[in-house]
Design a protein around this ligand. Structure first.
Ligand code: C5P
Length: 210
């Protein structure tokens, strides 16, 4: 039987880094489900298509290839914004959730990260983590990352973007971002990546040894 680890949390909370590390250490397959929403949004934008036509967006979502998802191509800020707009559409979510569920049963195990993994995509996952940090800490991390790449950035603008994205992700009617009732909360505001990984590891090891 496969072993699924569901990791949810708001933008820039560190769940991507944590998920990749967990997948590597346990030898599990990893899917960053945000990339599926980003790929759908990018295909629409590239095709000069509107972002508010649900049937059209569903068709595009059904054609997203999980194997072809490339973070470096999809990481642009504008794509994230467009993704969170089409992510409110139930038909788009249905199409992407089907593909994500099919991925989640790969052997020997999987790590899926996103917003609704523990609540909707894999409600029976034996390990659910909800990774969060204050909006200010997340904005600082994003700011340091951008400036570290030699690109000028405006901290207050980044903070405003993060707050807006949180509101959209937590406020939507279909699959809003929230911790599953049985999720372990990991607040990384004052935690290093290493400390967050160690905390996650003890939770995962306990579940694996059950
Ligand atoms: O995590 P990332 O920033 O790549 O996600 C982009 C957007 O895709 C999110 O802001 C959210 O609106 C949407 N998303 C979602 N459900 C997921 C993953 C991402 O609605 N499981």
């Amino acid at each position: 039987m496969t072993f699924t680890i569901a990791i949810d949390g708001p933008a820039a909370a560190g769940k991507g880094t944590l998920s990749r590390r967990i997948a590597e250490v346990y030898g599990f397959h990893h899917l960053d489900t945000g990339l599926t929403y980003r790929a759908t949004a990018k295909a629409l934008v590239d095709g000069g298509l509107p972002l508010d036509d649900e049937t059209l967006a569903e068709g595009v979502a059904r054609n997203v290839e999980l194997a072809g998802l490339d973070r470096s191509v999809l990481s642009a800020h504008a794509i994230g914004e467009a993704a969170s707009k089409i992510a409110v559409m139930p038909l788009v979510r249905q199409a992407l959730v089907e593909a994500q569920r099919a991925f989640s049963v790969r052997e020997p195990g999987t790590v899926l990260d996103g917003r609704d993994i523990g609540t909707v995509v894999c409600p029976n996952a034996p390990v659910k983590l909800y990774v969060t940090a204050s909006a200010e800490v997340r904005a600082h991390r994003r700011f340091d990352e951008i400036v570290g790449n030699g690109v000028p950035a405006d901290f207050l603008e980044i903070l405003a973007d993060i707050t807006k994205r949180d509101e959209r992700d937590m406020g939507r009617a279909d699959s809003p971002l929230r911790p599953a009732a049985d999720a372990h909360l990991l607040d990384t505001s004052e935690m290093s990546i290493e400390a967050a990984f160690q905390a996650a590891k003890s939770i995962i090891d306990a579940a694996l040894n059950k």
